[in-house]
Design a protein around this ligand. Structure first.
Ligand code: UDP
Ligand code: MG
Length: 367
């Protein structure tokens, strides 16, 4: 995903390969730098598992049953996120019996977002479908997502219209977070939280997931101009195992929203973000000090003793403090500018995203 140049190259090679043996059958390990290059595979279903031994088989069978009707080659990428039960063993058995399954066994529990990213890195399909492995997402709804992508959308995002979750602990915080996220990101989604989503491969090549950021992929992609649509889904109550999250997630989401605001608004111009605050603090601070100076000078003209710090001590302290804060903001902004340049140049990330290039004699899409 990181290096789209090499992906494109390997993609076109695979597509032009031997016609009698589809490239996905020989299952070469995709290069670790990216999502492996789009071969003839149409769909990749990516699922992270953490202690889901009771439902793995069932989920797998359902995916197979529904994908059969799509009539195009597909693969399943099952990621074991360091489960402590027998999830890994079950997944391994499935992968050894079915060549469409890639089993990614992570060394320890890295968290849902990272597990999904690990799956994306192995995915080779043109359309990538992500879903939970606890059967709260019903594989039978996958075709709804595929239909939206076929209609021309870049991301189809699940929208849990009726949630089988606790009102106070899950649904209320979630609704607040969604409202905030929509405000902050400018992306009008009802439900950011669900991982049940389908992506056109190219849009994922532009983002990498850190922390708990899988929730914000639509917002991050919208920054690059992706077309997004919501798909109403049911979200059934967990039947087996238990949720890996509680109320503490709310605070992490709040911090992530802050980060998102920064990324979507100011990633390429951090100085504008910090500069604004620096200027504000600097002006108020300077104003206070100038006021103090005037008082002192006025007293000097009248040959009168004036104890500035005795009279305006707290105010003067505030003035100095604001000036120092202004300098800190300025320095942070300047460092941010440097980091931003290093980031874009060292990762060859682009500050823009091209949908299509048209030149006489060639036409190609680009992530
Ligand atoms: N998950 C994971 N690693 C973790 C936590 C969760 O891979 O550290 C997986 C989990 O197996 C499930 C999905 O992420 O497939 C969603 O987790 P969960 O059901 O606990 O979240 P909820 O549905 O309650 O939001
Ligand atoms: Mg769940």
């Amino acid at each position: 995903m990181g290096n789209s140049k090499s992906n494109r190259k390997s993609g076109s090679v695979a597509a032009g390969g031997a016609p009698d043996e589809p490239a996905w059958k020989s299952r070469p390990m995709p290069p670790s730098d990216g999502m492996g290059g789009a071969g003839p595979l149409k769909y990749s279903v990516v699922v992270p598992f953490y202690n889901e031994e009771d439902v793995v088989e069932n989920l797998y069978r359902r995916i197979v049953r529904v994908m059969r009707h799509e009539g195009a080659p597909y693969e399943m990428i099952f990621v074991n996120d360091g489960s402590k039960d027998s999830t890994a063993a079950v997944l391994e058995r499935i992968a050894l019996a079915d060549e469409r399954v890639t089993f990614v066994d992570l060394r320890r529990n890295f968290g849902q977002t990272t597990a999904i990213q690990a799956g994306f890195d192995q995915a080779r399909g043109e359309i990538i479908i992500a879903m939970d492995g606890d059967l709260q997402h019903d594989p039978y709804e996958i075709p709804l997502f595929i239909k939206k992508i076929d209609e021309g959308y870049d991301i189809a995002s699940g929208w849990r219209i009726r949630r089988g979750d606790n009102l106070l602990l899950r649904r209320l915080p979630s609704r607040t977070a969604n409202w905030l996220l929509a405000k902050v990101s400018g992306v009008k989604l009802h439900d950011f939280g669900t991982t049940f989503k389908a992506y056109r491969r190219e849009v994922l090549e532009g983002v990498r997931l850190y922390g708990d950021m899988h929730r914000f992929v639509p917002a991050l992609c919208a920054r690059l101009g992706a077309k997004i649509v919501e798909v109403p889904i049911k979200n059934v109550r967990r039947k087996a195992g238990r949720s890996n999250y509680g109320i503490s997630r709310t605070f992490r989401v709040a911090l992530d929203i802050l980060m998102l605001r920064f990324i979507t608004g100011y990633l390429t111009r951090p100085l504008h973000f910090f500069g604004k605050w620096s200027l504000g603090c600097g002006l108020i601070g300077a104003g206070i000090l100038v006021f103090g100076l005037c008082r002192k000078l006025a007293a000097a003209f009248e040959h009168r003793k004036f104890d500035l710090f005795g009279v305006h001590g707290p105010l003067m302290a505030l003035g100095f403090m604001l000036l120092v804060i202004a300098m800190l903001f300025l320095a942070t902004g300047l460092i941010g500018e440097l980091l931003m340049r290093i980031y874009f140049e060292s990762t060859q990330a682009r500050t823009y995203a091209v949908r299509r290039l048209v030149r006489k004699g060639s036409a190609q899409g680009n992530g």
